[in-house]
Structure formats: C-alpha cells, structure tokens
Design a protein around this ligand. Structure first.
Ligand code: RIB
Length: 296
C-alpha cells in the first residue's frame, strides 16, 4: 500500500451557493448554505485515502466544535490523527466560500493552522521517513513548510510542494522539492515573475520539476528541455473547490507508476472531483477512478 504523509491545513468550509458573486458593498440573496470539511491539507489527505493510500496528516485544529467535527471526519476517512494537534483556546481554520456558476471565491482564516510549527513536523519524523510521498501546501506557516522540505530531503523522501496560496519562496527551498505543482498564476508568483509570462518558459527555468495545472485544460510537465501536455477530461462542472487538492493527492499516490501515468490519473481524479459539490464531496475512490479511466 502506498504511504502518503500530508503536512497542511484543516478547515471547516462555509459554503454559500449563489447565482453570482456579490460586489463590494452589495448584499444579494444566496440559494443554499452548507458546512463541509476542507482545508488544502485535509482535502489532499482525504483524496489520497480514498484512492487507497495509507495516509497520515500533520496539522492542527482548534478546541472548538468545528475542531471536534473535523477530527472525527478525518478518522472516518481512515486518516491517522496522531500528528493532528488540538490547540487550546484557539478556533479551527475556516474558509468562507461562495460558489457561483461553477467558479468560487474563498477567504481563509487560518486560526489553528497558523499554530503548526517546525517542531511538530520534526516530531513526525518517523512517519515521514516511511512515506512514499510527502505533500505540503502553503496554508500553514512558512517555517513549517520549510521544515517539511528540509526533513523530507534529509530523509530522502519525495516532497511535492503545492504552492497554494502562492507567495515567492527562496530558490534554495524550492530545490528541495521533488515536484512543484502550481497553476500558471501560482508559478509566476512563486518565481517572482510577471503573471502574464509564458508558463512553459517559466516551467523550464524553475529550480525544481514543475507539474502545472490549468483547470479543465489539464496539466503540463517537464520532459528534458520540453513540456508535455496531458489534456483534461471533459465533465459537467458543479464545483471546482478541491480539484487541485485531488490532483495533488492522486499525483502522490500514483507517482510510483511514473510521471506520465500519475499525471493522467491525477487529471482524471480532479475531473471527477468537480462533478459534485464540496471540496471533499466529489473525490473519487480508487474503484471509481479505475472504472472511469476504463471508459475514457
Ligand atoms: O483547495 C480548496 C480548499 O482551500 C478549501 O477546502 C478551503 O478550505 C481552502 O483551504
């Protein structure tokens, strides 16, 4: 069984469905409201678990009601909670999400996620040492991201850095990653480049191999001095929240099959994930993914 360790955020997603987004200073009526489990770290952990991996998550929730619910949700998905801290006198992370016309707008309040520390990552060393792949994103403090990259590198385990939400990072950190998995916008920010720059040129000058996602268009990865395009799969889009997380999880789970196959499966898993509501709502199981790939 593939072992995946995720270091990242855990949020309660407060999702409002509306016909359109409200403008500044405007109040509009929405159509539906729901609370669903989210956070890039937790989403990636859940997607990897559904795809059949043995998964551990390093992260933090608060000691509020959301924290209890989120903790129980991870356990239901079979994710090891050993390294999920419960922070006293602290709220859990939240994401206020509006979904309109298949697009979303998200505001994240990190709360307990801001209390993930390098020491907590170091304490998970034995777990990271057994990982076939380590996933980390940027909704936790950057020193914890750095600690994950350094520890993974020291242990000789492949770290996939999903630089979302993006901000520029030192080249030396990026070189510690086995793969960077930004979208076009995130890659430009990560490298401190113009966001209108040609993404293929940016991929070729990045300090670590890039697997770049472009929504429904699919993904690009580097092969020598060239980039290869894996086209996306056509589906009816309901909610794109969590599609990137599903992509990253599948990439980690199937990395041992080689990059081209892993990217194809990651595109397929991400496509399936957008056909249902909620970040974790549409994440496929391994059987669903296999069935779907056999038909496409
Ligand atoms: O990537 C999607 C996630 O981003 C949501 O679940 C939300 O919690 C935000 O962290």
């Amino acid at each position: 069984m593939t072992r995946v360790v995720v270091v990242g955020s855990i949020n309660m997603d407060l999702v409002t469905l509306a016909r359109r987004f409200a403008g500044p200073g405007e109040t509009i009526l929405g159509e539906r409201f729901l609370t669903v489990h989210g956070g890039k770290g937790a989403n990636q952990a859940v997607a990897a678990a559904r795809l059949g991996a043995e998964v551990a998550l390093v992260g933090a929730v608060g000691d509020d009601a959301f924290g209890s619910e989120l903790h129980a949700g991870l356990a239901r998905e079979g994710i090891s909670p050993e390294h999920v801290a419960r922070i006293a006198d602290c709220g859990s992370g939240t994401a206020s999400i509006t979904v309109a016309g298949g697009e979303n707008q998200i505001i994240v309040v990190p709360a307990a996620n801001a209390r993930v520390t390098p020491a907590q990552v170091e304490r998970a060393q034995a777990t990271l040492a057994r990982a076939d792949a380590i996933l980390v994103q940027m909704e936790i403090p950057l020193d914890a991201v750095e600690a994950t990259l350094r520890l993974g590198h020291r242990l000789g385990r492949p770290v996939i850095l999903n630089p979302a939400p993006a901000q520029p990072l030192p080249v030396e950190w990026l070189q510690l990653a086995r793969y960077l998995t930004p979208n076009q916008h995130e890659l430009a920010i990560l490298l401190g480049a113009d966001t209108h720059a040609d993404f293929r040129s940016l991929m070729l000058r990045a300090p670590a191999p890039v697997v770049l996602t472009r929504g429904g268009e699919g993904a690009w990865y580097r092969d020598g001095d060239d980039t290869v395009h894996q086209p996306g799969f056509k589906v009816e889009v309901v909610d794109t929240t969590g599609a990137g997380d599903t992509f990253n999880a599948a990439l980690a789970v199937f990395l041992h099959e080689g990059l081209p196959d892993a990217v194809r499966k990651a595109c397929a898993a991400a496509a399936l994930s957008v056909t249902r509501l909620g970040a974790q709502g549409g994440m496929p199981t391994c059987a669903e993914l296999d069935r779907w790939l056999a038909q496409h």
